[in-house]
Design a protein around this ligand. Structure first.
Ligand code: BDP
Length: 725
């Protein structure tokens, strides 16, 4: 079957079930709304929802009402009806605070002032006449989020008789970044093709757009960047803007704004100008007009995401200008419309011999305070590139006058594609809770990005989407948890990852305590497992080149030095690791003193960052007395063992999930095990050529020779653009 035939079949299937009531398993994500089985609980919920007053005032509140009805109909197995009078003694009232009657306002007077933008209050109150449950918010989006939370409480069978939940999002812009190309391929996408069917838009609205928006709204996501950061200027032409506007019309009802990636050279490519110099008035004028044109078609357009002067993308430096010049030019165009610029800090240059881990900081920190108010600087979580483990990016502790936006990668480019079960909220939590010491102890990354540390007004977080047109959206059924978890952390970056795992498992699979008790630890440990079998002890970027599928620590001949894994591990006969201390690249100097001191001192440097910051001899003694070589080998083995444990856990879960779901995950876990062994064997054989030491007891002998592993080629690995090959 060729690619075109395959595409046609996928597209056919996608449309086929959209017109059928019965959706494929996994399609409904965490919104399955299965019927409440416990009779007493069901009875109680039916009572609370027996008479609902829903005050509607906008498209978004219409959506909230529809969602409430849809969820309750299914879970309570009855037709939900609404009363149209507020006065009547209703059991459930859903209304924005300005529409609540005086009696309720009085009862809720201490809570209502605490409800903020997009936040909500769900509270059971006694009005004197009867017990009522109230869902209220300052704005309609808050109402929608409150409704979704209410439905989640019911789905997870929480007691709601005395409920009192006041929840405000901590971050304003909670955004997915799609790396989707106009030809529907997805850069680093492992779940099929792009959802956006550009050829059929604007006339044809796929049910998937609506279901995508529902899923996002249900976890509080309020923005989406439709296109790849390696941008194509064509999306800014009228033909495409019309299609974008059609999507915006769908998403608006769910409180979701659209953003586009702006190719910096667009004024030349589609505007006919001879330059894209940000200080040239003609260029500014071109962007001003383009922005006006966009807002005319999409009045609530969110703004631009820009990758500039990075990996070959054009940018202000092409004209001798700075990132601030480039970002501010676009910010000026967007200002009048309340649009924002999300300017990426993922930059490094092949012409700069400085340690790549230092380059973004050096390019951006001098411009702290020089960006306009509607610019956010979007930085990846670590200083290199979405590795299984990285220390936090030092910029988070060094730009007090700039809104810093976090960029996490939900798609598993470096974490096993969509065949490995890796629960990313554990990784995200580690980063968010890292201490930057920017204002002394407790200055966590979470506080930097939610604005509480430095008093930022504009706050944002982005997740590179793992969504495609696979029937279950994300390829691996458990990868849905990463989308869900990103949304939950975008709402509140301090939610514990095990809490997120529990919520997701209960909503998606089952609330059986035996099931969640076994699977929460499995999900939580899956993150450390992947670190162990891919990049233990601070090793990083030793992936095979281009597609990043599988190990390639031997790759050393690429033209750009910092694209070679050997640049990162620096293995030689003396030892392994990147010396980023004062005697090396001194990247540690970019961190605040406390972190620096902890890292520099080998006795206090956490072992998970050891080889990220230090080059150490193969016989260096780890804290447990093992040599470094043995420690590396045993960790690779441990990663494999952890996958075996995941399989053993899953084997016991058969009774809790459907036959199909059980088998799907089981097959994927077997691929994960095979690939974990591949990583272990290939990396250990390679590093052994330097250490010249035998594998310690407890480490399995490699299945093949190093030559074999080096010979493996994957020209059709998914998620890759030809130019990366
Ligand atoms: C790298 C990816 C590449 C992206 C780039 C980015 O391999 O496909 O374009 O990041 O974030 O990790 O711009």
């Amino acid at each position: 079957m060729n690619t075109i035939q395959r595409t046609l079949i996928i597209l056919f299937l996608t449309n086929f079930w959209a017109s059928n009531a019965q959706v494929p398993e996994g399609y409904d994500l965490w919104l399955g709304y299965s019927k409440i089985e416990n009779a007493a609980t069901l009875e109680n919920y039916r009572k609370v929802c027996s008479s609902i007053y829903f005050q509607q005032s906008s498209e978004i509140s219409n959506t909230a009402k529809e969602e409430l009805k849809r969820g309750l109909d299914k879970m309570l197995d009855q037709k939900t009806s609404f009363t149209n009078s507020h006065e009547k003694a209703t059991s459930l009232v859903v209304a924005t605070t300005n529409k609540l009657d005086n009696a309720l306002l009085k009862i809720l007077q201490s809570e209502i002032p605490k409800v903020q933008k997009n936040g909500f209050l769900i509270k059971s109150v006694n009005t004197g006449k009867k017990q009522q449950c109230i869902i209220t918010a300052q704005d309609d989006a808050g109402l929608l989020y409150g409704v979704f939370r209410f439905l989640q409480l019911i789905q997870t069978e929480k007691a709601i008789d005395e409920i009192a939940i006041l929840d405000n999002p901590r971050i304003d812009l909670r955004v997915l970044n799609h790396w989707d190309n106009l030809d529907r391929t997805v850069e680093r996408g492992y779940a099929g093709f792009s959802l956006w069917n550009w050829q059929k838009l604007p006339e044809s609205i796929d049910q998937r757009y609506i279901d995508y928006a529902r899923a996002n709204a249900s976890i509080g996501i309020n923005g989406t960047v439709l296109t790849n950061v390696n941008a194509n200027a064509l999306v800014l032409t009228p033909m495409y803007l019309e299609k974008v506007a059609a999507l915006a019309n769908v998403f608006r009802k769910y409180g979701i704004k659209i953003y586009l990636t702006a190719r910096f050279s667009a004024p030349i490519e589609i505007g006919g100008l001879s330059t894209a110099d940000p200080l040239d008035p003609e260029v500014q004028n071109w962007w001003d007009n383009k922005t006006k044109e966009i807002y005319k078609m999409i009045p609530d357009f969110g703004g631009f995401l820009v990758k500039a002067n990075s990996e070959g993308q054009p940018g202000p430096q092409n004209y001798g200008r700075s990132h601030a010049d480039g970002a501010n030019m676009l910010a000026k165009s967007l200002q009048a419309f309340n649009g924002v610029v999300m300017w990426r800090a993922f930059v490094y240059s092949e012409h700069d011999p400085t340690d790549r881990a230092k380059q973004a900081y050096l390019e951006f920190v001098p411009f702290d305070g020089k960006f306009m108010d509607n610019v956010l600087i979007q930085s990846k979580n670590g200083p290199i590139d979405f590795q299984p483990r990285e220390p936090f990016h030092p910029m988070f502790g060094a730009m007090p006058q700039t809104p810093l936006m976090m960029e996490f990668q939900i798609t598993q480019e470096y974490l096993g594609f969509s065949t490995h079960l890796v629960f990313l909220p554990k990784l995200f939590e580690e980063v968010l809770q890292s201490d930057t010491y920017a204002k002394g102890k407790g200055s966590t990354v979470a506080k930097v990005i939610d604005g509480t540390l430095q008093g930022q007004k504009l706050t944002g977080i982005a997740g590179v989407s793992n969504i495609g047109n696979d029937l279950n959206w994300t390829g691996h059924p458990f990868a849905q948890a990463n989308w869900f978890g990103f949304g939950r952390l975008a709402w509140n970056p301090n939610i514990a990852s095990d809490q997120i795992a529990k919520e997701w498992l209960q909503l998606t699979y089952s609330s059986e305590p035996e099931f969640t008790k076994a699977l929460i630890p499995m999900m939580i440990n899956s993150r450390e497992a992947v670190v162990n079998y891919m990049n233990p002890l601070g090793l990083h970027h030793i992936f095979d080149t281009g597609h990043h599928y599988g190990p390639g620590p031997w790759v050393s001949e690429l033209s750009r030095p910092e694209w070679n894994p050997t640049y990162y591990h620096k293995a030689d006969s003396l030892g392994v690791g990147f010396n980023r201390t004062r005697s090396g690249s001194n990247a540690i100097s970019q961190y605040n003193k406390e972190f620096q001191t902890m890292i520099e001192n080998l006795e206090t440097c956490p072992e998970e960052y050891l080889l990220w910051f230090h080059h150490l001899p193969w016989d260096y003694k780890l804290q447990n007395g093992q040599t470094l070589w043995n420690g590396i080998a045993l960790r690779y083995q441990k990663g494999v063992d952890q996958v075996e444990e995941m399989i053993a856990t899953w084997n016991n879960m058969k009774q809790y999930v459907s036959e199909n779901k059980y088998h799907e995950t089981k097959m994927l876990l077997n691929i994960q095990l095979k690939e974990a062994k591949w990583w272990r064997d290939a990396c250990l054989l390679y590093f052994q050529t330097f250490s010249k030491m035998p594998l310690p007891d407890g480490v399995d002998q490699p299945q093949h020779s190093l030559k074999h592993y080096k010979s493996l080629k994957f020209p059709f690995a998914p998620g890759i653009r030809p130019q990366w090959n």
